[in-house]
Design a protein around this ligand. Structure first.
Ligand code: TXA
Ligand code: MG
Length: 399
């Protein structure tokens, strides 16, 4: 840790020490989302993650390492001089580590990992994050850190320290604040121990990037959201598999919705709101590439900038990903149908990924009852990860 200022390193050293001794997890930033870390070799501390998050214990955790030596220490040593890291992963490790990629590895018989990490599976997921703070924390803790995303189970993943505080305040003691996450969606999870190799979760490394590596040319997608969309949508509200969900009801418009039209319109909004009872609704709009601001309605007052509407928002202006602007939607007889909160993430896929979870959380914080989201073409760059999370968050998908 040469050359790192003492006031930066001290809290990390203390957090590393805390992780070795305590059974309560520590929240820390990574380049993807904030993680909730614990010593992956001790059962009591790993159990602390599941209880802080309210996570079902049959969902395995990713093990975070600071270097390859730490990873090799978790793999079976067959006494030959061979590297225990399987060859299939070498090109991926060279290209994407440290970074947003998780690889599945065999646990072996003498694994030092706590069994709770893998939820009884014969494999474990491993990742070397690129965030300097994350790497320093793991190194200072001196042990691999098991860490899921640091949100309450079912909520959108946290991409800022105040998101973690919102979900887990009172359940954990330490949150390391490294500012907003750069990638904004979780790591891509791959399994190279089967033939052909598979992507289990789309994430911060795109399918194309993985496919460009030797041995990975035939990689196939082994997650399901795509086929669900092909079926007769919209899915019935309430039928969703709850995940990544804000409190508000999310209505996702697939990329195909915009075919032959330019934007969601005020009439589209009114049609949905007319079917909802209980007077005027608060409506969030998350726009990406094509929708007009406010569905074409005149925009009135600025409601918030990301991160500033919560009690703990402390972002500098350079962190600003979007502004939230308010307007009202009236019906033909002039009564208010809804209060619209409009937010544009822009057209750049990486920027959309970066702002997505924060946007869902901010609109929730402003009291949105329903959020209309403009989907993007999932073939472009890391859009597969964005659309995967949105399809899971959605109560209804419109094509
Ligand atoms: O970017 C990330 O991956 C973040 C940061 C904190 O590193 N972590 C994260 O963890 O997203 P979590 O627990 O929210 O998601 C872990 C994913 C789950 O989909 C889990 O099922 C899968 O990885 N996973 C972990 N170990 C596995 C295994 N042995 N076999 C199959 N899937 C596994
Ligand atoms: Mg998660």
């Amino acid at each position: 840790m040469d050359g790192v200022a003492e006031d930066v390193i001290r809290p990390l050293r203390e957090a590393g020490e805390y992780l070795r001794i305590n059974d309560t997890p520590v929240a820390f930033p990574t380049e993807t989302v904030y993680g909730l870390g614990a010593d992956a070799t001790r059962s009591a501390s790993v159990k602390g993650i599941y209880s802080a998050k309210g996570r079902p214990s049959d969902n395995p955790l990713i093990v975070h390492v600071s270097d390859l030596q730490m990873l090799r220490g978790l793999l079976e040593d067959d006494k030959s001089s061979q590297d225990p890291i399987p060859d299939i992963y070498k090109p991926l490790i060279d290209k994407f580590w440290p970074g947003p990629l998780t690889i599945l590895l065999p646990c072996g018989n003498k694994s030092t990992l706590a069994p709770e990490v893998t939820a009884g599976l014969p494999t474990f997921g491993a990742r070397m994050p690129s965030s300097t703070l994350a790497l320093a924390l793991i190194k200072l803790a001196g042990v691999p850190l098991a860490a899921p995303s640091a949100n309450a189970s079912t909520k959108p993943s946290p991409t800022a320290a105040h998101h973690v505080k919102h979900d887990l305040d009172g359940r954990i003691e330490l949150i390391l604040d490294g500012g907003p996450c750069q990638v904004g969606v979780e790591s891509t999870v791959v399994d190279g121990m089967c033939d052909p190799p598979v992507v289990l979760r789309p994430g911060g490394v795109s399918l194309e990037e993985i496919r460009s590596c030797p041995g990975w040319e035939t990689v196939v997608q082994a997650y399901k959201d795509q086929s669900e969309v092909g079926k007769a949508a919209p899915r019935a509200p309430g039928m969703k598999y709850k995940h990544y969900s804000p409190r508000a009801r999310v209505i996702l418009y697939e990329h195909s919705f915009n075919r032959g039209r330019t934007s969601l319109t005020a009439e589209d909004l009114a049609e949905t709101l007319n079917k909802m009872s209980d007077g005027p609704q608060k409506v969030g709009l998350i726009r990406t590439r094509d929708w007009e601001a406010g569905a074409g309605l005149p925009l009135a007052t600025k409601a918030a900038t990301n991160g500033t509407n919560g009690a703990n928002g402390h972002h500098s202006s350079t962190d600003t990903l979007y502004e939230i602007v308010a307007t009202d939607l009236h019906n033909t007889s002039g009564t208010i149908l809804g209060h619209v909160l409009d937010l544009g993430l822009g057209s750049d896929t990486r920027k959309i990924a970066q702002g997505l979870f924060s946007a869902l959380r901010d609109l929730d914080g402003l009291g949105a009852d329903v959020i209309f989201v403009e989907g993007i073409d999932d073939k472009i760059d890391i859009a597969a990860a964005v659309m995967n999370r949105l399809r899971k968050a959605a109560s209804e998908i419109r094509l």
